[in-house]
Design a protein around this ligand. Structure first.
Ligand code: DMJ
Length: 452
């Protein structure tokens, strides 16, 4: 007995020496303050140089729009982050701008996916958090204007739709841009009482699932008019990621059993064919969806989200192995690259556009395990971002992780997701209850309510 206690003490003191003491509440609060200050800095830059535009160019200090008109991407995306952080003045400023200026009554073609996750998701979560009916009016108007995109032969949406005319374009789409509407459209169904939204989104997502291979995998590009795959590479990153995320989350948010089943089947196949163990942690490789044979051992910043969804779904063992790989990717290159070859340890795409996924997974793993290692990982990552990407006007994306070079852009998801997940990681758990909300893929929290 004595020797056991002695051994335990030795292990404890060794881990304190190796990894430092567990982070105290005071240290966590200090992290939160640092992240809040960074959020204020980014918003000040937007206000000063890009007021009324979609986004800030943080080096040249100008505003930038995605299209001919502004849809106020940054204030819509940032409002719930400000609210959660208790940045009341900033929340008021964003709200005033959005409710006084945002209109969707414009003859403008938009990309269905981006507008849905950022604007529709942002407006819906703003409505749930703030209660102002102006947000819901905007969300309903936008949802109605997006519906024509789903008028294809298969029910899978076209990539672009004109908000005034309903004219659609580009049938060569991908699972993410087809299957990432369940949460936002489901909420619209609950708020309007019109079942068309959820039915439409569900039909589209399950059409991708129906077109899976015998291995239960999906490819990267599919023609929405024919259901024929145009690129059969299966992976969990760009152009597929949030399709899987929404299958699981649709069950979590609405209790949808069909989506849950599709998630279970897909996740099993992903773990069988893609999950690859290495001494640096686990990564998901890329394979041919028919043969299951490896095409490219590439992994990157977007793939990193999967550890979070695994943790949320209860598979902590796999999630922690994948997060080990995620953190390796971050530290090995000083800041994670968009893509790297995990077998050769070489960079394939060198940019880092301020993405949230690695921090997002840390947040979920910390919430599920309470292990200090995730706080330390998060501290390192957000520390690097705030130090290396800061400019006088905001935070700039990285053009090249090695040698470090910045580029003149600050995506709205930096405020919607990266800063939010980083802050939530260190914030008291009571600020957000994961039994009550589910995040959309742009980190907009939506209240759990089962679908009738
Ligand atoms: C965000 O717009 C969403 O998280 C999307 O699902 C993936 N890409 C960006 C962030 O990296």
């Amino acid at each position: 007995m004595k020797s056991r206690i002695l051994l335990l003490c030795c292990i404890l003191s060794l881990s304190v020496t190796l990894f430092g003491r567990p982070m105290s509440d005071k240290q966590k609060a200090a992290q939160c303050e640092k992240i809040k200050a960074a959020t204020r800095h980014a918003w000040e830059g937007y206000k000063k140089y890009a007021w009324g535009f979609d986004a800030l160019k943080p080096i040249s200090k100008q505003g930038q729009n995605w299209y001919g008109v502004s849809f106020l991407m940054t204030p819509v995306d940032a409002f719930d982050t400000f609210t959660l952080m208790g940045l009341d003045k900033e929340a008021r400023e964003a709200k005033e701008l959005v409710l006084s200026k945002l209109t969707f009554d414009v003859d403008q073609e938009v990309q269905l996916f981006e507008v849905s996750i950022r604007l529709l998701g942002g407006l819906l979560s703003s409505y749930e958090l703030d209660g102002d009916p102006g947000y819901l009016t905007l969300a309903k108007d936008l949802g109605r204007r997006l519906l024509p995109a789903f008028h294809s032969e298969t029910g899978m949406p076209w990539r672009y739709v004109n908000l005034k005319t309903g004219k659609t374009r580009d049938s060569l789409s991908n699972p993410a841009e087809i299957g990432t509407y369940l949460l936002e459209f489901g909420k619209l169904t609950q708020f309007t009482g019109d079942s068309v939204y959820f039915k439409t989104a569900k039909k589209a997502a399950l059409m991708v699932y129906r077109n899976r291979s015998d291995n239960d995998l999906v490819g990267t590009i599919i023609d929405v008019t024919t259901g024929m795959w145009k690129n059969r590479e299966s992976q969990i990153g760009a152009r597929i990621d949030s399709y899987y995320e929404y299958l699981y989350k649709s069950w979590k948010l609405f209790g949808d059993e069909n989506c849950h089943h599709a998630w279970e089947v897909s996740n099993k196949a992903i773990k069988k064919f893609l999950l690859t163990k290495t001494p640096n942690g686990s990564f998901f490789t890329r394979v041919n969806m028919i043969s299951g044979k490896e095409t490219h051992p590439y992994y990157g910043a977007l793939d990193a989200f999967y550890a979070g969804i695994l943790a949320l779904s209860g598979d902590i063992e796999t999630a922690s192995e994948v997060q080990k790989g995620n953190f390796y990717m971050w530290t090995h290159f000083k800041i994670e690259p968009e893509e790297f070859d995990f077998k050769k340890d070489s960079v394939i795409s060198p940019e880092y556009p301020l993405r949230p996924e690695n921090l997002e997974s840390c947040f979920y793993l910390y919430r599920m395990t309470k292990e200090d290692q995730y706080l330390r990982m998060g501290k390192r990552m957000i520390g690097d971002i705030l130090k290396k990407c800061r400019t006088n006007a905001g935070f700039a994306e990285v053009k090249n992780v090695k040698p470090l070079q910045l580029s003149d852009s600050m995506e709205s998801f930096f405020l919607a997701e990266t800063l939010k997940y980083a802050w939530l990681l260190f914030a008291p758990e009571s600020t957000l209850d994961l039994n009550k909300v589910v995040f959309n893929t742009e980190a907009h929290p939506l209240k759990i309510q089962l679908m009738n």
